[in-house]
Design a protein around this ligand. Sequence first.
Ligand SMILES: [Zn+2]
Ligand SMILES: [Zn+2]
Length: 123
Amino acid sequence: MRMTKQRKAIVETLKQNSNKALSAEMIYQKVESENLNLSTVYRTMDKLTEAELIHKTVVGTVAYFYLAENEHKHFMICTNCQKMIPIGCLIQKFLPDLAEKNHFKVTGHDITIFGLCEECSVL
Ligand SMILES: [Zn+2]
Ligand SMILES: [Zn+2]
């Protein structure tokens, strides 16, 4: 995949907000790049997700994006402030058993826990 100026700007924005899950609209508001409109952001997010440079997680009706990291982990996402709290993988060790029991070839999994962080739950 070619890293265009816009793709770079979006990846850079995700880097600077690495403790947050951002929706395409939030990214659009944060990215400082000319000639960028919301539909370009949506298309770019699709491309970056396809290239596995970023991950996407859908909470309700909103898709959030965050940078892919080498280490396999999952997140708790605050639906009020979008803070991401990394958590270890809870399911990895059970997968071989589950796969065998269900005669299922597992090719991936996605777990996101959502709710309110400490600060937001006291509001
Ligand atoms: Zn919060
Ligand atoms: Zn996992």
